[in-house]
Write a protein that binds this ligand. Structure first.
Ligand code: GTP
Length: 240
């Protein structure tokens, strides 16, 4: 809870790849269940939650277009559809563990889920529902990180949490370099200037313009999201 005794509102961004688990492709049900439990823990602790999931476990727009056959625009639309698949999977996993949830898509696909309507999303959140935003921003050339940042700003989230495999932002790849150093905190300008690949520049610039803090943390440590969001403890990096 923040100072005004208002509930914390967060947007959690998961990569599509995370959902694939060891398979490297598709949706690993065990990981889906694990994430659903982590989200349930947040919901049980009076945190208002929205979610964006990437689509890289199914297709990535940029990679699909690399051979020159599929145009980037089409590749990106394919990627947006991939995020709808992940959103529907996550909706099922959350419902399965008793969490009330709605999916809203930036592209009309009414037989499958609701269309994104800002005021309706807010009502869902106020009623204690988790809202999953699917289909990115609905536009090619924008990443799901940018979509997550945009939605976080629109719903007036206190923070965007980028849930990753690592526990923060390092000056170099911690998997390759033993002497990699993790930043506790860094400014938007530093993240942009040093080309820190935590999110693309569009996302960081949007967050900067709207003073939206970005937390980067490890999603695979059970209870970590709650520890960080509710108790401000644990290991993470923050861009602010
Ligand atoms: P309240 O108005 O607060 O009761 O919200 P609600 O979401 O429960 O009511 P609504 O009648 O809008 O939705 C009932 C169910 O239908 C929910 O699971 C929605 O996600 C789903 N739903 C609503 N609109 C659409 C839509 O356009 N397409 C699809 N596929 N499902 C929808």
């Amino acid at each position: 809870m923040n100072a005004q005794n208002k509930k914390s509102r967060v947007l959690v961004k998961f990569s599509g790849e995370a959902l694939a688990g060891g398979n490297g492709f598709g949706v690993d049900i065990k990981i889906l269940q694990y994430i659903a439990q982590e989200i349930k823990l947040l919901a049980q602790n009076d945190i208002e939650i929205c979610i964006v999931i990437g689509g890289g476990n199914i297709i990535r727009g940029v990679s699909a277009s690399e051979g020159g056959i599929i145009r980037r625009t089409s590749g990106d639309y394919m990627g947006m559809l991939a995020t709808v698949i992940n959103a529907v999977a996550m909706q099922e996993a959350l419902e399965h563990c008793g969490v009330d949830v709605r999916v809203q898509s930036a592209i009309e696909i009414q037989e499958i889920c609701e269309t994104y309507i800002h005021r309706r999303a807010i009502r869902h959140i106020q009623k204690g529902r988790v809202v999953i935003f699917a289909a990115g921003t609905g536009n090619p050339f924008f990443t799901t990180d940018t979509a997550a940042t945009l939605r976080a700003i629109e719903i007036e989230a206190d923070v965007i949490v980028k849930a990753t495999k690592v526990d923060g932002i390092y000056n170099k790849d911690p998997n390759k370099f033993d002497d990699a150093v993790r930043f506790d905190s860094l400014s938007y300008d530093q993240a942009l200037k040093d080309d820190i690949k935590v999110m693309d520049d569009t996302s960081i610039a949007l967050a900067k313009d709207n003073r939206l803090p970005i937390i980067v943390c490890n999603m695979f440590k059970p209870g970590n999201l709650l520890d960080i969001i509710k108790y401000n403890r644990g290991i993470y990096s923050i861009v602010k």
